[in-house]
Design a protein around this ligand. Structure first.
Ligand SMILES: Nc1ncnc2c1ncn2[C@@H]1O[C@H](COP(=O)(O)OP(=O)(O)OP(=O)(O)O)[C@@H](O)[C@H]1O
Length: 605
């Protein structure tokens, strides 16, 4: 309930006064509906179905007034009033429905944007702990349930208001009978609590099943090449068959709860109505027309009671989604990269490192329950406008070190400092703004080459774009493409080769005019010719910007000012290339001899 109230509060905060206007409108509709019922009273009298000139109804002013008019005129008055009432009610209803839709869609956009915003500002540590497909599911399926849930809540409020007004009218007609029916209604609701509990349980299952589906389908498309090449189609098909069975069971369970609840409600309603009419006639000796009116009122009221019950079940089904979305928002806020409210990234100015970027006694673990650290007691200085290379075996901690240096991950112990100032809040974003990072597995958006490049700098000129492409040894292949810069490169750039993708991402990184360029195995997919071109370009940049390179091929870091050798999360050697090459007992020397042996073997074949 607490989670529902959270979103209802948000709905209130979002819609403000409009929500009250809508609630007032709903009351007006209920009131007009009640008035419509009253019109039946004189109609029944005029048509001769019952005598309205005796008993309590004769004291109603409107009846007295109508009695004084000729029958044809009073009939016209009643029918005219009826048409006016229904027209007025329908106009208000139409207006309210449109307003409802506006509130509803606006509110959902608001929740979607808020969740997305929270996700955008969450730190990298948050994302590496989460399953990507769960996040996708939150922004699609769960958000859909929250949408329906909040809409149903609006309907629930309408039903409650309508019911209260109708109960008020019924109380005016007969206190005893109305209290009797309300008592019965409460008893029915009390015994139907079990349906709400079961609906909530099904809601949890449905959430889990939805997550599993998105998770499985995302895995499928991420790994489609492996699935096809390893002929895993059958196992994936079996996965979907199992999932479909689970889904069918869950849907059936949900439908069963709803059908059982309706059955229970209808049977108990008929019982109550039977007992009620019997009691009215035999025990309370209610007058004919009053009884007729009460019956009319309650025939309109009971479906509302049932509607309320259905609404409560639907809300209970949606509550796990409310809870999950709220927890996601809270988790994002707790992992917010910069604690203070950011006005967006555009106002952040890039930092200029005067002397060095430093790691002081840094240790880091991905999982605090594990004993082994991915980084252990790292002390390191990266000098401004110099080239630093990081080498080490796979799993040594090179990428983790880069993530720490970029402020993507926060050290568990120790500090990262920029010119002696600890990396926190605002200077973190400034540092990030001055970095261009080319990862191992470069990412391109589904769009044209031009769109992918302009994403980083929308104001870049044609000349700047081609300069960046030249730098990254990609101008030639882009020129050869039929549509040149406007060539569509497909999902994640699938229509390009691995090497072409790497070069484009490098061009994009350069277009940003960074003061720090970080390359994480950024030339690993390149042939020797293109790698040599990029090497030359990097050599030309040396001394003009700070370059950090993770490299397996040691030939590419010959000109580095400093080489850091990592092993099992620690820095085991550091110094100039030549100096390290001379330390015969060092790990770097082993790497060099291994690579030398490899290249000799290659040359021999
Ligand atoms: N997201 C993660 N969750 C848990 N452990 C991780 C995660 N990423 C890396 N690790 C662990 O941290 C250690 C260092 O990994 P890292 O990716 O930094 O190594 P690396 O030197 O960059 O390796 P490679 O050259 O293969 O990319 C490894 O033991 C790895 O298993």
């Amino acid at each position: 309930m607490e989670h529902l109230l959270y979103f209802v509060k948000q709905l209130h905060g979002y819609a403000g006064k409009i929500l009250y206007v809508n609630l007032l409108g709903m009351m007006l509709i209920s009131f007009l509906e009640g008035m419509g019922i009253f019109l039946l009273l004189p109609l029944l009298g005029i048509s001769g179905i019952m005598d309205i000139n005796t008993g309590w109804s004769s004291h109603l002013g409107i009846i007295e007034l109508l009695n004084e008019l000729p029958k044809s005129v009073s009939l016209l008055v009643i029918m005219g009033a009826y048409v006016v009432l229904i027209t007025g009610q329908s106009l208000i209803q139409r207006n309210l429905s449109l307003r409802d839709i506006k509130i509803h869609t606006g509110f959902i956009s608001h929740v979607r944007l808020e969740t997305y915003n929270a996700l955008l500002h969450a730190n990298w540590g948050f994302f590496i702990k989460k399953r990507k497909s769960d996040l996708i599911n939150s922004l699609t399926g769960e958000l859909g349930h929250v949408t329906t849930g909040s809409y149903v809540f609006l309907q629930f409020m309408t039903s409650m208001i309508f019911t209260l007004i109708q109960v008020g009218i019924a109380l005016w007609l007969s206190v005893k009978l109305t209290l009797f029916v309300i008592g019965c209604g409460l008893a029915v609701s009390f015994f139907s609590r079990t349906f709400i509990k079961r609906a909530s349980k099904v809601g949890n299952q449905s959430l889990e099943i939805g997550r599993n589906y998105i998770g499985g389908i995302t895995d499928h498309f991420n790994g489609i090449k492996d699935i096809k090449s390893n002929m895993l189609e059958e196992s994936r098909r079996n996965w979907l068959i199992d999932w479909s069975k689970q889904f069918a069971r869950e849907r059936f369970e949900a439908a069963k709860i709803s059908a059982n609840s309706q059955l229970y409600y209808k049977v108990s309603s008929s019982l109550i109505i039977a007992v009620f009419i019997y009691a009215s006639v035999m025990l309370f000796h209610t007058q004919g027309q009053q009884l007729m009116l009460i019956i009319l009122v309650f025939f309109r009221l009971w479906p509302r009671f049932q509607g309320i019950q259905t609404n409560l079940e639907q809300i209970a089904t949606a509550i796990p989604a409310f809870k999950s979305l709220k927890e996601l928002q809270n988790a994002c806020r707790a992992s917010r990269e910069v604690k203070e409210e950011s006005r967006g990234n555009n106002h952040v100015k890039p930092i200029h490192i005067e002397e060095y970027l430093e790691c002081r006694d840094v240790s880091f673990r991905y999982n605090r329950n594990e004993e082994v650290c991915s980084l252990q007691d790292i002390n390191l200085r990266i000098r401004s406008n110099q080239m630093t290379a990081v080498v080490g075996r796979s799993g040594a901690g090179k990428s983790t070190l880069i993530d720490i240096l970029m402020g993507m991950l926060q050290p568990e112990k120790g500090q990262v400092l920029v010119d002696g100032v600890p990396l926190t809040g605002t200077n973190l974003l400034s540092l990030r703004k001055s970095i261009s990072y080319v990862p191992q597995d470069p990412f391109l958006f589904n769009g044209s080459i031009r769109e992918n490049l302009l994403m980083i700098d929308p104001d870049a000129t044609e000349v700047q774009i081609w300069d960046a492409l030249e730098f990254a040894a990609s101008a030639e292949f882009v020129r050869k493409l039929p549509q040149g810069l406007d060539t569509l490169i497909g999902d994640r750039g699938i229509r390009l080769s691995g090497g072409e993708r790497q070069r484009l991402v490098l061009a994009r990184a350069i277009l940003r005019k960074p003061s720090i360029l970080i390359l994480d195995e950024a030339t690993s997919s390149l042939d020797t010719e293109n790698e040599a071109k990029i090497q030359e370009a990097l050599d030309r940049l040396q001394g003009k910007l700070t370059i950090i390179v993770i490299a397996h091929r040691l030939s590419t870091i010959r000109n580095a000012d400093q080489v850091i050798v990592m092993d099992q999360g620690r820095i085991v050697q550091s110094g100039e290339f030549i100096q390290l090459a001379r330390e015969k007992d060092g790990l770097f020397s082993t790497f060099l001899s291994n690579q030398f042996a490899d290249s000799k073997a290659m040359a021999a074949t």
